[in-house]
Design a protein around this ligand. Structure first.
Ligand SMILES: [Zn+2]
Length: 692
């Protein structure tokens, strides 16, 4: 009893000390108090500081105001004595609608109060109706087309021309430039694709129900049985029983006729749509204006990568095969259902400790302090927690960060909605609420974003403690936020993250490199109670453990990306499963399993259609930037400054391919992209070997 008491006092004393040494930022994020409440009676302002949004009725006011403004702008754009550049009017038009629609979209997803959700939903529907109408506004289109073809009334810059063309391309996605009959067909196809896509996405995550007797007696106990039926919800990758993993894999991926039909319809309609709009294939349409510029380059990139990865991936699989042999007396070949299991097992064995051991060193406050240290070192930009007014945020424990440049002052605001709550999507996400934009009075429209994570609530007196993978996610999402904050685009249409899909993940993936570098992590990984730094040996092992079996993981991504490309490269002449089998044989080290159809669970085919490769290209560019600028010194001010001014500042305002080749001083082509990734694999392997 006495000893317990003593320990209690000791802890309290230590607790006091920590209050004095953590920075205010860390203290805010480590605080376990509800820092403010949403008192409905005493609202000082509305959501995001917009006075109209003190109540949900404010959405109507904002919406109506926007619609009135839109009419004025359309008149200006189509007027004979227009004074401003066309692209400026278009951007203002887009800004007027986005400011309401983006914010409403976020509130619809995140607000716990259904009245706000309904009002926001209503605003979203109205605005998308207006956008649909604008997309068929022939006079508006003609005015823009005239300017992009023949020049504007004033001198225009490269950025003006680039952004004007982006607007034009958006218009033409809806077929406005086509003869009426063809245009109607495009609209119809777009609608159909949307519907089929939604159904396919829902089907992709639907669990599989089977009669219990389908599963052998010896492993049936591992599955949940109800009324003689078994529900298979996923791959059971963490089961140490091979037979369980195999059964789950085969059942979960058993071909579903309806899904097969939907996927075929989706791909076929996309092809027809692309043809109607004058493209050879849907991939040609999707990749237009991207960093790689054409699907030919995508395939070339994937092929070079695949050839170089093959021997390295084989080594990984051999390693896993050894692990599998050690687990059983009968030799069994390594199969696709084994890889995630052995990957996790290898990491655990290697670290010789559970990842829970790391959590005390990664309190949320410590991680935020790490981010702040990084932005100060690289950009002279600090992250400062600022108080929110009552009514400004939608839930307790949402923090607001001001992003402040030492010389330029406030660059923007990040609302941090980090904790899980009922009804909130369980997804790490970055939402643009208001894009940066040069305003006509010379000022700059402040970018505002929300970072959404689903961290567990702090328990008892402990702050929220992050797992190593949550730390990576936090840094990743913060990379998106910084893209929005440090972007200084003239137009909001291309603010920060509104850039080519295959460039959009560059800033976020680059942040993962920082989060995995021992020099960076050692700056902030400190025990939340004692402030003791993580043991060096542990720190190095943790950072290197992220690189285990990297080649085989990458090969898996190459396979998915290639499959997505082939599906969208023209009219299908085989079933989607036959194509899967062919592509898997050529691009993946483990065999296709008969009577399975993995592609029917690949929901990214809907959202990314022909752009799934974007992840790999973003990764390649990030690796290239890291190797060129930050590998030697992850705190380099001069490198940070260049990256900020020559990359982030542009948002999507400069063609991605040009931006990359200018910044890296080398032509951005399939070969250089692939080489930077191969280089990365070698560096990571070396890292693993030296730490082992
Ligand atoms: Zn991301």
């Amino acid at each position: 009893m006495l000893r317990t008491f003593q320990r209690q006092i000791f802890r309290n004393v230590r607790g006091d000390r920590r209050l004095n040494t953590w920075s205010p930022l860390a203290t805010t994020f480590n605080s376990t108090n509800e820092n403010h409440s949403i008192n409905l009676l005493k609202k000082e302002t509305g959501l995001f500081g917009i006075p109209e949004l003190k109540t949900e009725d404010g959405f109507d006011t904002l919406k109506n105001h926007a619609l009135a403004e839109v009419n004025v702008l359309i008149e200006e754009a189509t007027s004979k004595d227009r004074k401003r550049k066309m692209v400026e009017i278009f951007d203002e038009l887009s800004n007027t609608l986005c400011k309401v629609a983006d914010m409403a979209e976020f509130i619809r997803v995140a607000h716990p109060d259904q009245r706000y959700v309904r009002a926001a939903e209503d605003a979203c529907i109205t605005i998308s109706g207006v956008v649909e109408k604008l997309n068929t506004h022939r006079e508006l289109y003609d005015s823009l087309k005239q300017v992009t073809s023949n020049g504007d009334i004033q001198m225009t810059s490269d950025i003006d021309n680039h952004v004007a063309k982006l607007f034009l391309f958006d218009f033409e996605q809806c077929g406005i430039h086509l003869p009426e009959k063809q245009r109607r067909r495009v609209v119809k196809l777009n609608d159909y694709i949307l519907q089929v896509g939604q159904k396919f996405m829902a089907g992709a995550v639907t669990p599989r129900t089977v009669n219990a007797d389908v599963i052998p007696d010896v492993i049936r106990q591992y599955f949940v049985t109800e009324n003689g039926q078994i529900l298979v919800q996923g791959f059971y990758t963490d089961s140490s029983n091979t037979a369980v993993r195999e059964a789950a894999y085969k059942l979960f991926l058993f071909p579903d006729k309806e899904q097969e039909h939907l996927l075929h319809e989706l791909l076929h309609s996309r092809h027809l749509l692309a043809e109607s709009c004058g493209f050879t294939s849907y991939a040609h349409r999707a990749v237009k204006g991207s960093t790689v510029k054409s699907p030919v380059v995508v395939k070339e990139f994937l092929n070079i990568l695949s050839d170089n990865l093959q021997p390295k991936a084989i080594q990984d699989f051999q390693e896993m095969q050894k692990m599998k042999n050690a687990e059983s007396r009968i030799k069994q070949e390594l199969m696709p259902w084994d890889t995630p299991y052995f990957m996790a097992k290898a990491k655990k064995a290697w670290l010789n400790t559970s990842t829970a051991e790391f959590a005390p060193y990664f309190s949320l406050g410590a991680c935020m302090e790490g981010l702040n240290f990084l932005t100060q070192s690289l950009y002279r930009v600090k992250l400062e927690s600022v108080p929110v007014l009552s009514g400004e945020v939608w839930a307790n424990n949402v923090h607001k960060l001001a992003v402040i440049d030492e010389e330029e002052g406030i660059l923007g605001y990040i609302y941090c909605d980090f904790y899980e709550r009922a009804g909130k999507p369980n997804q790490d996400c970055h939402f643009t609420i208001q894009g940066g934009k040069q305003l006509s009075d010379g000022s700059y429209q402040t970018p505002i974003v929300v970072l959404m994570l689903s961290l567990p609530h702090p328990r008892w007196s402990n702050p929220c403690l992050l797992s190593p993978s949550s730390v990576d996610n936090l840094f990743h999402e913060m990379g998106h936020a910084l893209h929005s904050m440090l972007g200084r685009t003239k137009y909001q249409h291309v603010t920060g993250t509104r850039c080519s899909t295959d460039f959009a993940e560059v800033p976020s993936v680059l942040m993962e490199y920082f989060a995995s570098d021992p020099r960076v992590v050692s700056k902030f990984a400190k025990h939340f109670q004692t402030q003791e730094p993580m043991l060096e040996n542990l720190l190095y092992k943790l950072c290197a453990s992220k690189n285990i079996f990297y080649a085989s993981e990458l090969q898996n991504q190459v396979f998915y990306s290639m499959l997505d490309q082939v599906y969208h490269s023209g009219k299908l002449t085989k079933s989607t499963t036959e194509i899967l089998e062919d592509v898997q044989k050529e691009y993946y080290g483990l065999p296709y399993v008969k009577n399975t159809a993995w592609q029917l669970r690949f929901s990214h085919l809907v959202g990314y259609g022909a752009k799934y490769y974007s992840y790999l290209i973003s990764r390649a560019i990030a690796a290239w930037i890291w190797q060129t600028y930050f590998h030697n010194d992850p705190f380099s001010r001069s490198a940070g400054n260049r990256y900020r001014r020559e990359c982030l500042a542009y948002g999507g305002g400069k063609p991605a391919s040009l931006l990359v080749s200018d910044f890296l001083n080398k032509e951005a082509n399939a070969d250089t992209f692939a080489k930077s990734l191969i280089n990365e694999v070698d560096m990571k392997n070396l890292h693993v070997q030296t730490i082992k």
